[in-house]
Design a protein around this ligand. Sequence first.
Ligand SMILES: *[C@@H]1O[C@H](CO)[C@@H](O)[C@H](O)[C@H]1NC(C)=O
Ligand SMILES: *[C@@H]1O[C@H](CO)[C@@H](O)[C@H](O)[C@H]1NC(C)=O
Ligand SMILES: *[C@@H]1O[C@H](CO)[C@@H](O)[C@H](O)[C@H]1NC(C)=O
Ligand SMILES: *[C@@H]1O[C@H](CO)[C@@H](O)[C@H](O)[C@H]1NC(C)=O
Ligand SMILES: *[C@@H]1O[C@H](CO)[C@@H](O)[C@H](O)[C@H]1NC(C)=O
Ligand SMILES: *[C@@H]1O[C@H](CO)[C@@H](O)[C@H](O)[C@H]1NC(C)=O
Ligand SMILES: *[C@@H]1O[C@H](CO)[C@@H](O)[C@H](O)[C@H]1NC(C)=O
Ligand SMILES: *[C@@H]1O[C@H](CO)[C@@H](O)[C@H](O)[C@H]1NC(C)=O
Ligand SMILES: *[C@@H]1O[C@H](CO)[C@@H](O)[C@H](O)[C@H]1NC(C)=O
Ligand SMILES: *[C@@H]1O[C@H](CO)[C@@H](O)[C@H](O)[C@H]1NC(C)=O
Ligand SMILES: *[C@@H]1O[C@H](CO)[C@@H](O)[C@H](O)[C@H]1NC(C)=O
Length: 676
Amino acid sequence: MGDDRVFSVSLNGGNKATDLGGNGKTAHRHTGVVDIFRPLLCSILILIPLTCSVLAYLTARGQPDLPSFKSLASRALDQSSSFLDVFQVSPPVLSPAESGCAQTLMVHSFAFSYGQPFVGEYTPPSCDFNRVTFNLTVTSAGRQFDRLALMYFNDTEIFRTSTAEPTSAGIRWTYLKDMTNYLVLFKEPQKIIFDLGNLIDSTYTAAFNTTLTANFFVEEEAMAPADVIFPISARQSASNGPSAFSVPAQNATNTLTLPQNIRKAVFSISACGQSAEEFWWSNVLSSDTLSFPDIGALYGYSPFRELQLYIDGMLAGVAWPFPVIFTGGVVPGFWRPVVGIDAFDLREDEIDISPFLPLLCDGKEHTFEIRVAGLDDDGNGHVTFTETVGSYWIVTGKVFLWLDASDWITTGSDLVSVVPDPALRLSSSVQALANGTNTTLSYSVEVQRHLSFTSTILTSQGPSISSWQQVLTYSNSGNFSDKGNVQATDQKTNGFDISSNGYSRVYGYPLWVYSAFATFPDGNFSIAANMDRSKNLQVIGQLAFPSSLRTFNSSGLAKLNFAAFPGTSSNNRQNGTATYLAAPSQSKSYSWGSTEQDLFFAGVEGSVSTIQSGAPTIKGSIELYHRHVLATNGTIVEDEETLVGQTFSNSYPPLTGDEQSFARLDIKSILGRGPA
Ligand SMILES: *[C@@H]1O[C@H](CO)[C@@H](O)[C@H](O)[C@H]1NC(C)=O
Ligand SMILES: *[C@@H]1O[C@H](CO)[C@@H](O)[C@H](O)[C@H]1NC(C)=O
Ligand SMILES: *[C@@H]1O[C@H](CO)[C@@H](O)[C@H](O)[C@H]1NC(C)=O
Ligand SMILES: *[C@@H]1O[C@H](CO)[C@@H](O)[C@H](O)[C@H]1NC(C)=O
Ligand SMILES: *[C@@H]1O[C@H](CO)[C@@H](O)[C@H](O)[C@H]1NC(C)=O
Ligand SMILES: *[C@@H]1O[C@H](CO)[C@@H](O)[C@H](O)[C@H]1NC(C)=O
Ligand SMILES: *[C@@H]1O[C@H](CO)[C@@H](O)[C@H](O)[C@H]1NC(C)=O
Ligand SMILES: *[C@@H]1O[C@H](CO)[C@@H](O)[C@H](O)[C@H]1NC(C)=O
Ligand SMILES: *[C@@H]1O[C@H](CO)[C@@H](O)[C@H](O)[C@H]1NC(C)=O
Ligand SMILES: *[C@@H]1O[C@H](CO)[C@@H](O)[C@H](O)[C@H]1NC(C)=O
Ligand SMILES: *[C@@H]1O[C@H](CO)[C@@H](O)[C@H](O)[C@H]1NC(C)=O
């Protein structure tokens, strides 16, 4: 039972948050983000459609910049090469080509690179800069799996990405990323460790050839990045090793003594599941893992995961992860040439730990631990959060600090933590034939929780109330049929975070996946799937990572008026149908199908709520960017972009022939269940 006064919202009354601009709804996708907590909260949300006042929000810069307009349109197309351009649909990133201050950080071919990260040195450039962007450009040709890559400066993870599967004629991609939140690290020399573990043999022939450049430039709009960043990591850079923890095998804990003059502190968690945890959202209740012995044990701990931060053993905040799907996942044909949401940029979750400052500024040691929790059940309705999950999650964290005057010591009142037990509801049932063989399994998991951390902190600016609040709801209902060969998953993750540092984030990650596999006597196997997934966000202000409004490149069509746009809303949806066929006797596998993606990105008006007023509200929104892409059988058949009101279409070169050929894994590695 919670202290309901804190949020003026009851999570215990059976209310269920609806979809955050959910699957299958095409109308109002970039305002739908606001609607979700309407049934949950009593606050009145006002949406004012702003159709004719674009100019009040965008200060025109005179003539549209036609050359850059054209280069944007040709971004995904280079006729001079036969490489297939693969890409992640994302808003364009501010990174002036003419900045004149760029540095190549890495040119490296990751061939047999397992356990052999690239190691290099970074030396700050001599130019002035308050912004940094990365350009990671990769080429690959041959046959290869998707691979995960983590990049570090010394012991601190600064970028997590994954690769697309190559074709024999070759693929290429460029991903631009704003790195300004690490500005303080870019001002000092660093050891670069880029860990992209790849394996080469007679069948899996492709290397990943990478070029990483950093672009340094000055923007009038300062971003106020952190003054100090501490890693929570395995700290292996002295021996040229990557510093991620593998959880649960390792305990992801570091002990730190922080400076005493902190005025703001934010914790970020970088984490993704691999192996038994790659498809965590399709895992079953621990009591159901042996439902279909013929296809092997299913992965357990339920399809629910929570990333937890503990400070000195006290829960300090949580993150419910976005279900990333890598390019080899479910059916590989979904993800070529458009990769899954976030596949090239696995985003971190942020927790404002400023309410802990009176404790953290005492000059003593404090432990920071990241845990990954699932659910354990005994099959009789008893369910608990776990302290462990399957193997494994790749985890690091960071503490971002903003400092007060050097002679200041931050103090304050004791922390008030309101962390009621989560509300949990689980059910499952199996149906069996008369002879006992199970044919179907249905299950449902619901989790709701809210957390609140408050203290009064005394900085050199005087006393202020510092708070971090989270409200989260999760549901997953799924079923297996055809003796486990078919699985349907319908998962919804919704929530909002509010920080007293002028920040709020409302999110929704609906995921629907249907997959069916079949095996044939000659060893062939097939997987057929449908999916519909979204990542919907409404963010006001920023914590440690830059607001996507500050990093948005309007291509000179307009200058954004940040005062009018305190926040952004983005609705990013992918849906499609695809099939995979493997013929092991011929060492061949094929995948084909269609994937459609719509990304709406808008600037929003609004302000961050106070503790009392509940969910963040917005008053209106203006579309800044929209991209609609339809890919079929490895090629783009529709691609339309609208940038600050101007629409244009991208065209693509003809097929090279093997866009439908993919690397072959066993069913279990692709799908998370079935024969290995
Ligand atoms: C914006 O994007 C265009 C097209 O990609 C590019 O030419 C231009 O340099 C970019 N401008 C800035 C400021 O990032
Ligand atoms: C990114 O880097 C690649 C290779 O280094 C280069 O060809 C490309 O023009 C760069 N793109 C941008 C937008 O800077
Ligand atoms: C990658 O680099 C290797 C080694 O330099 C080279 O042999 C190969 O052709 C390159 N592949 C691609 C796709 O660029
Ligand atoms: C990071 O590594 C660089 C280069 O190895 C070294 O000069 C620097 O002192 C290190 N920084 C920290 C904070 O350890
Ligand atoms: C990790 O280590 C810390 C400190 O030694 C301990 O308090 C904590 O219980 C451990 N966590 C797990 C999951 O074992
Ligand atoms: C049927 O499923 C239940 C629940 O997972 C399991 O306990 C039981 O062993 C299964 N029966 C058979 C014959 O596989
Ligand atoms: C149970 O019956 C089904 C359908 O008749 C059959 O396919 C299966 O082999 C039987 N299983 C056992 C263990 O007898
Ligand atoms: C199986 O689950 C899916 C997704 O939740 C749902 O749409 C479907 O109705 C369910 N089927 C059965 C037979 O319960
Ligand atoms: C995606 O869903 C829409 C309905 O919202 C449908 O019209 C479209 O055909 C689907 N796209 C694909 C590739 O399945
Ligand atoms: C297995 O796949 C190969 C390649 O597509 C095909 O030639 C063969 O006929 C398939 N076998 C069956 C039983 O479908
Ligand atoms: C996609 O490929 C499949 C398998 O080769 C083929 O049956 C289908 O007709 C193709 N679709 C289109 C639109 O080309």
